[in-house]
Write a protein that binds this ligand. Structure first.
Ligand SMILES: [Zn+2]
Length: 377
């Protein structure tokens, strides 16, 4: 089944192709161009001057969880500082939940994101922190998300010895989880894992054929960015506190700097230095970091709006970072772009241009969403 979409007021493709019409055939984009030269299609949809862009690519979420951290959030807003230790609360609730309860949470949030234009979601393990619970987290994630990351090294479980736990993560746990995931990630931060521990986990994962990602430089400057660049990680995520050396290292590498502004706002940190990264030539992605502790939002539009209004990114840079940038952070060229052959993931705004995403902050602008060639919203 093919569908010709016409009447596109502004088409953002993130590629060389342009036009005011496109054809979706099956789950792929088949053609992009001017409506006057459009090929025949089985159906025709007129979007009446609305802006069309690729669906958001959310390259960083933690959706396999149970429990609630409303009280912790409230306390934080009343002045209590954020620490990595809050993760343990979610670990206890996640271990106690049934498979069906966990799957329902993932499904709910993927659906919530889809309603807001997110058509591609990465999610992570990391609230199991033992072999059995990390394996089932990976299995449930793989059933509902597009990409899955092993984050056994999210936190040392309370009461465990850090070095013994690192040996478990890079040994038995990695062996059990690796067949279910494409990526491995480490929380390289004070209160989580130091440079040597993080490196030990990532090197073992690399030897297993997994791609690498790093949580780093969230709560202060530290070795996360340096480690990510050294090991050729696809992405280093947070990047809230960067030294000049970190910015330069990212600019001269293929490692994407994935910024998570909703997390920085929700933990009352500074916002990341997006302008310095972009001006130096680094590749920047934006993602939600949707999780129950430090960033409980699935709204990529909120991240884009924040990036423009408060991080001095242009609308075009922010939209690119939340689509093609996310795809690059996941080393994919078939999503986050609109071109013949790409996955037909389209976000139609109830607005004539992407500028409205920042010009009308907080207004729900998603008109319709196509995912893998199907009208989903
Ligand atoms: Zn995260």
């Amino acid at each position: 089944m093919s569908v010709l979409i016409t009447g596109i007021g502004e088409l953002t493709t993130n590629t060389e192709v342009s036009g005011d019409a496109l054809v979706v055939d099956g789950d792929r984009v088949a053609w992009v161009g001017d409506s006057g030269s459009a090929p025949a299609a089985d159906e025709r949809v007129d979007v009446e001057g609305r802006a069309v862009l690729p669906g958001w690519v959310d390259s960083h979420t933690h959706l396999v969880f149970a429990g609630d951290r409303t009280a912790e959030f409230g306390a934080r807003m009343a002045g209590k500082p954020y620490t990595a230790g809050g993760i343990a609360v979610t670990v206890n609730a996640t271990r106690a939940a049934s498979d069906e309860e966990l799957a329902a949470v993932v499904r709910k949030h993927v659906a919530e994101a889809l309603r807001q234009g997110t058509t591609f979601v990465e999610t992570k393990t990391g609230y199991g922190l033992n072999v059995a619970d990390e394996v089932r987290s990976a299995r449930i994630a793989a059933e509902h998300a597009d990409e899955v990351t092993f984050l056994g090294a999210h936190l040392v479980p309370p009461g465990a010895d850090a070095d013994e736990y690192v040996d478990l993560v890079r040994g038995e746990m990695l062996d059990a989880v690796a067949p279910l995931v494409r990526w491995a990630d480490v929380f390289c931060e004070k209160g989580a894992f130091d440079y040597d521990q993080s490196k030990a986990v990532l090197v073992a994962a690399q030897q297993k054929g997994l791609g690498l990602r790093v949580h780093g430089n969230q709560l202060g400057e530290g070795p996360g960015v340096r480690l990510a660049v050294e090991l050729g990680a696809a992405s280093v995520d947070h990047c809230t506190y960067l030294s000049t050396e970190d910015v330069d290292a990212l600019a001269s590498s293929d490692t994407v700097a994935t910024l998570l502004p909703a997390c920085d706002l929700s933990t009352r940190q500074s916002l990341p230095p997006a302008r310095a990264l972009l001006d130096a030539g680094a590749t920047v992605a934006l993602a939600s970091n949707c999780n129950p502790g430090s960033s409980y939002t699935s709204s990529m539009a909120f991240c884009v709006t924040t990036a423009v209004l408060q991080m001095r990114m242009t609308v075009e840079e922010a939209v690119w970072a939340a689509t093609a940038g996310g795809a690059q952070a996941l080393r994919r060229d078939d999503v986050g772009v609109i071109r013949p052959g790409a996955r037909a993931d389209l976000h139609v705004l109830d607005a004539p241009s992407i500028t409205h995403l920042a010009y009308r902050p907080g207004v729900p602008l998603t008109h319709s969403v196509w995912r893998q060639g199907q009208r989903a919203i």
